[in-house]
Design a protein around this ligand. Structure first.
Ligand code: P6P
Length: 320
């Protein structure tokens, strides 16, 4: 079943279906450019600028940001957007009557572009709080993750997949290159309750708090009845790719506070919240190590937080 038909059958209103239409269009354009990267097109490498995080922007980062902004503006249902690649939130004056607010990381893991590793777009969708037609306010963007009306990611990999939830399960669509349609391949996907994969950058091991050091050692020490290791490490350096594998096979992803990133590296509004929304809708959990991510009341657009997400049994073992 193709995307828009599925959403309509799930009772998703036409305005939100239109927002997903914008995501569909922009993701196909970005996928086309990502796939060209291997042809040596002049889209490799750094753009020579930095985003607000002081991170070197890749040419495809900026390209993806521009694509999604253009399509969200054009759909007429989005009043404003905040992006990892934009210092400040954007107000779409031409659609101030739109109901929706978008938080987006247009191309996460983009440092992997040059080495042909899977990368992704991550998005969260909220209803605006201020009156329709009025100027947007900070509160429209600084909403706790539990108020998301939808979230998802695009995984630009072996195939291009769109994983989304509108609060009624998490569903996987694959882009059919022949028809150009996203087709449903896995409805109401569920995290395996437990798993054998942990995704942590252990270079930071000395920075982990005692509880996480305990958990990492547990994963190294645990043996099956036959004496073989219970767990294995898989860390690709691309959140979407690591999350997607763990969603299907069972696993946990952790990016804790470190010396380099004392508040954690990942951003609450356009990485941790949408990935946690998807996880919870697939029977998994998302936490900052002390509380449910979706309960955190944001104070800044680009704020970071420690991030644990994955299979519920592993999450309970990791957080204790
Ligand atoms: P490190 C990519 O920059 C990213 O935001 C995630 O996609 C990824 O999991 C993480 O950072 C990798 O960070 O510090 O381990 O290289």
């Amino acid at each position: 079943m193709e995307l828009k038909k599925f959403l309509a059958e799930k009772g998703v209103g036409t305005a939100l279906v239109s927002v997903f239409g914008a995501i569909e269009t922009a993701s196909k354009i970005v996928q086309g450019e990502v796939s060209r990267a291997g042809l040596g097109a002049d889209i490799f490498g750094a753009k020579g600028s930095e985003n607000i995080q002081g991170e070197e922007q890749q040419k495809l980062d900026v390209y993806a940001d521009e694509c999604f902004i253009k399509e969200f503006r054009a759909c007429g249902q989005v009043a404003g957007l905040a992006s990892e690649e934009q210092d400040n939130a954007l107000q779409f004056d031409e659609s101030l009557n739109g109901d929706y607010i978008i938080m987006i990381d247009p191309l996460d893991g983009s440092s992997n572009i040059d080495v042909n590793v899977a990368i992704g777009t991550i998005f969260a969708i909220y209803k605006r709080i201020s009156d329709n037609g009025s100027e947007l306010e900070d509160g429209d963007f600084l909403q706790a993750g539990k108020h998301q009306v939808a979230a998802g990611y695009v995984n630009y990999s072996v195939s291009t997949q769109l994983v989304l939830s509108t609060g009624n399960g998490t569903h996987i669509f694959t882009l059919d290159p022949k028809s150009g349609e996203y087709r449903l391949i896995n409805e109401n996907v569920q995290f395996p309750a437990d798993g054998k994969v942990y995704s942590i950058n252990e270079v930071n091991l000395d920075d982990f708090d005692d509880n996480l050091k305990r958990y990492a050692q547990h994963c190294k020490d645990k043996r099956k009845a036959d004496g073989k290791r219970m767990y294995t490490g898989r860390y690709i350096g691309s959140l979407v790719a690591d999350f997607h594998r763990n969603l299907l096979k069972g696993g946990i992803y952790v990016y804790p506070a470190t010396v380099d990133s004392p508040k954690g590296k990942l951003r609450l509004l356009y990485e941790c919240n949408p990935m946690s929304f998807l996880a919870v809708n697939a029977g998994g959990k998302g936490s900052d190590g002390t509380q449910d991510i979706l309960e955190i009341e944001p104070t800044e657009l680009h704020q970071r937080c420690p991030f644990y997400v994955g299979s519920p049994v592993m999450m309970d073992e990791a957080i204790g």
